[in-house]
Design a protein around this ligand. Structure first.
Ligand code: ADP
Ligand code: MG
Length: 339
């Protein structure tokens, strides 16, 4: 029998990889926002049209890219963020897989404009379904703009699979909020179909929380803080009386990366025991800082899951920091609850 195995052409390999990285407009937005933060931006603007189905654009004032790097950034496994496998154990940037731009460009029409500080002219690149359509010099400001147009234009089955505009918009806003919460020192804006949804000025975390969730959160926040050699916790928890039956306002960030963890949620929830009904969920925005060598974020391509070397300690420290915060604000279980 003749040999039949072949390496897949890049465009197809990219399209397959894209299935993991880009499920919907919001997953692309997350990647683009993280790239902007990694590039050291202090101002990040997001523009979406048609709940991201027509356009997701992120404009930053970060480092920008040279002409050569601009083209290179769309290659798979092309990254400026890690160089050797050891770096995987001390990741400080959001990105490191070098997959996002290649994946996005495989399943949409991308227009990149970028200029780095030390170059006179900028670069414009247009790529459609991994195919380079245009690369030319342009006049541009320092920084980068990536516009992702017509997501899944070449994968009709996946395009049809996208949800209604309100649902896709909700996902976009969720991603936006997560990144905006973890970087209160960066200014962010979000425009949808030419309407401004958010304009967030740089400030303190408490100001950012109020900017995102509204003025009525101002006096609902209790600061939480705990320092151990292994782990630092800081952030805000909501007062017990403001706990809600619905979830969605619970945020954990580990080394500034948003993560989901029912285990850690449980730690906070039990600290509120006796103060809220069992079916209620307290508001919290909590930042955990831990030596990157004690965690593994390379569990899943979207990097919202994490493995801790010692999750019991993390649980205990988190729980005690929330208990202390509640205690310091004289929020202790009432007698009725303890009998
Ligand atoms: P990763 O972020 O994992 O490195 P990406 O595909 O998201 O992979 O990006 C590839 C590379 O392109 C990055 O490593 C970075 O060097 C460059 N890049 C992407 N977005 C930006 C940006 N907004 N500003 C500057 N450089 C960028
Ligand atoms: Mg990236």
């Amino acid at each position: 029998m003749s040999n039949i195995i072949q390496l897949l052409p890049d465009a197809i390999a990219n399209q397959i990889a894209a299935g993991e990285v880009v499920q919907r407009p919001a997953s692309a937005l997350k990647e683009l926002l993280e790239n902007a933060v990694d590039a050291g931006a202090t101002d990040i603007q997001v523009i979406v049209k048609d709940a991201g189905k027509q356009l997701v654009q992120v404009i930053d004032n970060g480092s920008g890219m040279s002409n050569v790097d601009a083209r290179m950034s769309f290659e798979r496994h092309a990254t400026s963020k890690i160089k050797q496998s050891n770096d995987l154990f001390s990741i400080k940037t959001f990105g490191f897989r070098g997959e996002a731009l290649a994946s996005i460009a495989a399943v949409s029409q991308v227009e990149l404009k970028t200029k780095s500080e030390d170059e006179e002219t900028g670069t414009l690149i247009q790529i459609e379904g991994s195919e380079l359509k245009k690369q030319e010099p342009i006049a541009a400001k320092n920084g980068t703009s990536v516009a992702m147009k017509n997501l899944f234009f070449n994968v009709p089955a996946r395009r049809n699979f996208l949800k209604s505009n309100p649902v896709e918009m909700r996902h976009l806003v969720d991603e936006f909020q997560r990144v905006a919460l973890s970087y209160p020192e960066i200014s962010f804006s979000l425009m949808q179909n030419d309407m401004e949804i958010y304009r967030l000025n740089p400030g303190k975390l408490s100001q950012r929380i109020v900017g995102i969730f509204g003025k009525n959160y101002q006096d609902k926040l209790i600061p939480a803080e705990e320092n151990t050699p292994h782990l630092k916790v800081k952030g805000y928890i909501g007062k017990p009386e403001n706990a809600k039956k619905t979830r969605g306002e619970q945020f954990f960030f580990v080394n500034n990366r948003y993560i989901r963890s029912s285990y850690l949620h449980h730690a906070v929830h039990t600290a509120f025991e006796g103060l809220i009904q069992p079916d209620q969920h307290p508001f919290y925005v909590l930042f955990l800082e831990i030596d990157p060598s004690h965690i593994d974020i390379n569990v899943h391509p979207t990097k919202t899951e994490i493995k801790f070397d010692d999750e019991r300690t993390v649980y205990a420290v988190l729980r005690s920091s929330v208990k202390q915060a509640l205690g310091a604000h004289h929020v202790v279980p009432s007698l009725d609850f303890s009998i």
